[in-house]
Write a protein that binds this ligand. Structure first.
Ligand code: UD1
Length: 429
């Protein structure tokens, strides 16, 4: 299994091209199940999760073509996927595929809407909490679906098609919002989603569905209204830039010092995280082509953050910010309110010499003057990258094991960091 070796101590200087957002690309690909025409997605990141979803969709009958590179395109340009679900040949999504990635469960919405039935294994994915599916099932039931659990599978049926209804989520859920919104596009009548997730990826999916002929208003607010239509058609859509990748590299620069241009990044997608980075003593400058991040000299200041649904500080940047705070001057509190078990990185950061104590959902970080390289590993992808951030300033060598987590969510991470002066390489063992 591959490892990443990092020798800490180098500042980051240069340009990093921000990829298309993984968390937008996945639901957008799944939306291709809603039409028998071709959905063309541009700026799709080259990630293990994208490749796995291609396999899962292929199993349902989706033809997926990856367009080759065009002359003059920058080497980091995202890929273009043509997805065509001309005919759905299978409405079952098996355990072997769905257990590897939670988002693949989301096929249940489009399959049910278009085929009036779906049999989808209960999901797997990163070990960051229990992550139940009750909101999904209640949401689909509100659209008239009959749902049973059978041997680890969710079996959903709507023999006469879905009908619009009102869905009120007890807690904003990104995945459940995606699924109910997709399902409602082909339901008869009007659906209202109350307490909908407001994440930019929900808005991106809604924009694509609208381009496919759906009638949706209110995406990006707490109430989304969908008027069902008979049929959706093909469309072309460009995936929005990855705000989590943007925040991760911004935090890496805040950690090492230096001056990096995050090309293609959109500051409006991560204001809360950028505010926290600025408060820690790093300059963040929006430009015409992205975001410039620089810190030359000066200490890292301690900043406390609490994760919240969008537009609050994202849970997917919590581990990375904690890594930054391990080197701050002073103490900070990091409170996790989205997932109940998302502190797996704490014990690994401690191997690098970080001083962190836990009290329920709160991590108390006491900044230390130096980290020291060590062997570390993580059980989820954002936690893994927090260890890379730690390794970039640790004294000596850090080995990050279980690299497959990184490959699920970060396109060519070593190359992007190495191009900016980091001493980082992948070792096959
Ligand atoms: C998505 C993101 C993930 C991010 C998370 C929160 C993708 C592919 N993944 O995950 O990177 O960390 O949003 O921003 O986009 N919940 C329930 N019952 C349900 C569904 C959710 O209780 O049926 C709870 C979850 O346990 C969690 C909260 O709702 O506490 C939010 O989770 P949710 O927004 O659904 O996360 P995901 O969509 O899985």
């Amino acid at each position: 299994m591959d490892k990443i070796r990092i020798r800490g101590g180098n500042k980051l200087n240069g340009t990093i091209q921000i990829s298309g957002a993984k968390n937008a690309a996945l639901p957008l690909m799944i939306a291709s199940l809603l039409t028998d025409e071709t959905l063309r997605l541009m700026n799709v990141p080259r990630l293990a999760d994208v490749a796995l979803l291609q396999r899962i969709l292929g199993n349902h009958g989706v033809d997926c073509t990856i367009k080759g590179k065009r002359p003059g395109q920058p080497s980091m340009a995202g890929q273009t996927l043509d997805l065509c679900a001309g005919e759905i040949v299978d409405t079952t999504s098996p355990y072997e595929l769905v257990s590897k990635m939670r988002a693949s469960f989301w096929v249940i919405g489009p399959l049910l809407a278009r085929m009036h039935e779906a049999r989808v294994s209960l999901p797997g994915g990163c070990a960051i909490g229990t992550r139940p599916v009750d909101f999904f099932l209640d949401g689909l039931r509100a659209l008239g679906a009959e749902i049973e659990l059978d041997g680890g599978y969710v079996v959903a049926k709507a023999p006469n098609g879905l009908v619009g209804g009102t869905v009120t989520f007890p807690k904003a859920s990104v995945g459940a919002t995606h699924v109910v919104m997709m399902a409602a596009t082909l339901a008869k009548g009007t659906t209202r989603i109350e307490n909908a997730a407001r994440e930019p990826e929900v808005t991106d999916l809604a924009d694509c569905l609208i381009a496919m002929g759906a009638n949706i208003s209110g995406a990006g607010t707490e109430t989304i209204t969908i008027e069902g239509v008979e049929k959706l058609h093909g469309a072309t859509h460009t995936v929005l830039p990855d705000r989590i990748e943007t925040g991760t590299y911004a935090m890496a620069v805040a950690m090492t010092g230096g001056d990096v241009m995050l090309e293609g990044a959109r500051p409006d997608l991560l204001e809360a995280a950028l505010d926290a980075i600025k408060a820690s003593g790093t300059h963040v400058e929006p430009t015409n082509s992205g975001i410039r991040v620089f810190r030359n000299g000066g200490p890292i200041k301690a900043v406390s953050v609490t994760t919240e649904p969008y537009p609050g500080f994202p849970t997917d940047l919590q581990a990375q910010f904690m890594a930054l705070m391990t080197r701050a001057e002073g103490n900070s509190d990091i409170v996790e309110t989205i997932f109940e078990n998302r502190f797996m990185h704490v014990q690994e950061l401690a191997r690098l010499g970080a001083q962190i104590s836990l009290d329920g959902q709160k991590a108390m970080v006491e900044g230390v003057p130096q980290l020291t390289g060590a062997q570390v590993m993580a059980t989820d992808l954002r936690a893994s990258v927090s260890l890379v951030i730690g390794g970039l300033v640790a004294d000596g060598e850090t080995f990050v094991n279980r690299v497959y987590h990184l490959d699920r969510g970060f396109e060519r991470l070593e190359e992007k960091l190495r191009n900016c002066g980091a001493e980082i390489e992948r070792i096959s063992v």
